[in-house]
Write a protein that binds this ligand. Structure first.
Ligand SMILES: C[S@@+](CC[C@H](N)C(=O)[O-])C[C@H]1O[C@@H](n2cnc3c(N)ncnc32)[C@H](O)[C@@H]1O
Length: 225
């Protein structure tokens, strides 16, 4: 595992209790306003019977999809977050860093949708994106929700770079988390480099918001890859 991935994972272990509270108490405004509903709508639009929630955190999306009769498997590297997920439902959760996901793929089988909800945070994503082909049905869809590059860029240069999420709105409950900012072009390129063709891009935005609160990319395996 590369050092940057280790640091991201350490921060999620350190922040796990605060994260569970923030998610379950609905304290993240963008989620309340648009992004939770948007990822559920994006996934269920495909009418999948099996979904892989990659970087599932404390499991809210798996629980939501399960209520619609969808068989959802959640994977996350954080032991405390997966423990919180398991305490909340009898779902199918695995502790596994992305760097080891290929070792799980034979046990997991294939999915109609793989969902990554704000869970692709590292600079080096190509090995993971390559390995996801083994986990998706040939007609399946990879769905990535992430911060919108144009609205999250703020005053920083519009170029790929490491940033630090300080969770400033949460008054010292969280420690800082490193994450890698990508431009729109970079997102499209990194998916294309791993033979994923983007077929839809949506920009969740509630009526009262002047700007999108996130971006959702839907991709399919490139024909003849
Ligand atoms: C912002 S949280 C999102 C959690 C969940 N998808 C949600 O919507 O609440 C990011 C999640 O990605 C997981 N994650 C990040 N990098 C990972 C990696 N390399 N391997 C496994 N999980 C990872 C973290 O542990 C964390 O739970």
């Amino acid at each position: 595992m590369e050092q940057a991935e280790r640091e991201i994972l350490d921060s999620w272990d350190a922040n796990s209790a605060a994260w569970v509270r923030a998610v379950r108490q609905g304290r993240i405004e963008s989620r309340r306003l648009a992004t939770d509903e948007a990822i559920v709508a994006a996934v269920t639009a495909h009418r999948p019977s099996r979904v892989l929630d990659l970087g599932c955190g404390e499991g809210w999306l798996c629980r939501t999809l399960a209520r619609s009769g969808i068989d959802c498997v959640g994977i996350d590297a954080s032991v405390p977050l997966i423990a919180a997920a398991r305490q909340s439902d009898a779902g199918n959760y695995h502790v596994c860093p992305y760097s080891e996901i290929a070792q799980l793929s034979a046990r997991l089988g294939r999915f109609e949708v793989i969902s990554c909800n704000f869970s692709l945070l590292a600079k080096e994503l190509s090995p993971l994106l390559d390995s996801l082909h083994e986990l998706l049905e040939s007609t399946g869809t990879l769905i990535v929700q992430t911060v919108h590059p144009w609205t999250s860029c703020s005053d920083s240069a519009y170029e790929d770079h490491w940033r630090s999420e300080t969770f400033a709105a949460f008054d010292g409950e969280f420690s800082a988390m490193p994450w890698y900012f990508r431009t729109m072009e970079s997102w499209l390129r990194i998916l294309d480099d791993s033979a994923w063709s983007v077929v839809r891009l949506t920009e969740p935005r509630p009526a009262q918001s002047p700007r999108p609160l996130s971006m959702i990319l839907e991709a399919v395996a490139r024909a003849g890859r």
